[in-house]
Write a protein that binds this ligand. Structure first.
Ligand code: SF4
Length: 344
């Protein structure tokens, strides 16, 4: 069954079905098969922090990598494997292909996408940009190759504030897309002149101010870690606001023993590894009676299931292909970001 979630930009987001649940023996069968196939095909498994724990563990066990979208793409581009298996969502596969165009990039399914990417189609976004030709276009990494190709800058949440400050110092006004919460957070931090596209992440949008206040009363000693794709009132309660990698570091370095975390709960796998002595508590979402979109786990990340992964070489519909002109154009703002990170 497909349900639809309306976005402020009036774009309907199809909500995917969860994958079938595997028995323990089925899981083991697929894990063994994936390990053999990776070796046979000189391939490496690269997973995002939000995939299910067994996928992240498999990436680690097989010499692959777990990280955020930019770290994933950089790891892939520098790895000797011919084929990159990207367990994440489609824009991550595209970014890996753009930064490593000579690699074959396969994904468990190309239907694993992202509400931010879906909520920012190239045609209306391009029109929006063309209506404001005096503004510098900055887009979040969670966008299609076509939207990246339209941009002057691509940023991740870990360096978004610094890049916007840099552009502000150059005296430029900005178009920001697609995440309205992250855009609003940056705007407030920097005071930059930004026009915001009205997209949202369906997972982070579900974290609730009242629920978080209640959780804080229940765990008064806990530190509050929040990803800036969350609503403003939730961000305002945070001790630390940051990207996935920054939140993992915060869990490790903060003195508190308990952490209430407002981001996809897939992050708990690496966060607990980094901070084994800490108790990690997921921040409340829409609560009881809410739908699956409130389970603090991205439904598209969940599509990276073991059985899809073990069929990754058998299919012809799961290779990431990006047109050469898009690779060329999208590489410019991506390279700018990589250089900015290296210089700062
Ligand atoms: S968690 Fe949100 S931002 Fe990340 S892939 Fe899923 S929908 Fe997109």
């Amino acid at each position: 069954m497909t349900r639809h979630i309306p976005l402020p930009v009036e774009i309907e987001i199809p909500f995917p079905k969860p994958p079938k649940v595997l028995s323990e023996s089925e899981q083991q069968f697929h894990k063994d098969k994936i390990k053999t196939l990776l070796q046979q095909h000189n391939a490496v498994l690269i997973a995002h922090y939000y995939t299910d724990p067994e996928i992240q563990a498999l990436a680690e066990e097989t010499g692959g990598f777990v990280g955020d979208s930019l770290e994933m793409a950089k790891f892939g581009a520098n790895h000797s494997a011919d084929t990159l298996i990207i367990a994440g969502v489609k824009f991550m596969g595209e970014t890996a292909k753009i930064l490593g165009p000579e690699k074959r990039v396969l994904m468990p399914t190309l239907e694993a996408t992202c509400s931010l990417d879906l909520g920012c189609p190239i045609e209306p976004f391009s029109e929006f940009c063309d209506q404001h030709p005096d503004r510098t276009v900055v887009v979040y990494a969670n966008t299609s190759a076509a939207v990246k190709a339209k941009a002057d800058w691509v940023v991740t949440s870990s360096i978004a504030v610094e890049v916007i400050e840099h552009i502000q110092d150059l005296g430029q006004k900005i178009i920001w897309g697609p995440d309205k919460h992250l855009g609003g957070y940056i705007q407030e931090k920097t005071g930059a002149d930004m026009l915001l596209w009205q997209g949202a992440c369906i997972v982070h949008d579900e974290f609730k101010f009242q629920g978080l206040e209640n959780a804080m009363a229940l765990y008064p000693e806990a530190a509050i870690l929040v990803h800036p794709e969350s609503p403003k009132k939730v961000v305002e309660l945070a001790d630390v606001v940051g990207s996935t990698s920054q939140l993992i570091k915060a869990a490790q370095s903060l003195p508190q023993k308990q952490m209430i975390v407002a981001t996809d709960k897939g992050i708990f796998y690496k966060m607990q590894q980094a901070a084994p002595d800490k108790e990690l508590i997921i921040a409340p979402t829409a609560g009881e009676g809410a739908t699956c979109k409130s389970c603090a786990h991205c439904p598209w990340m969940k599509m990276n299931a073991l059985h899809s992964l073990s069929n990754v070489f058998d299919r012809t519909d799961n290779e990431i292909l990006v047109e050469n002109n898009l690779v060329k154009e999208a590489l410019k703002p991506l390279t700018k970001m990589v250089n900015f990170v290296n210089q700062n």
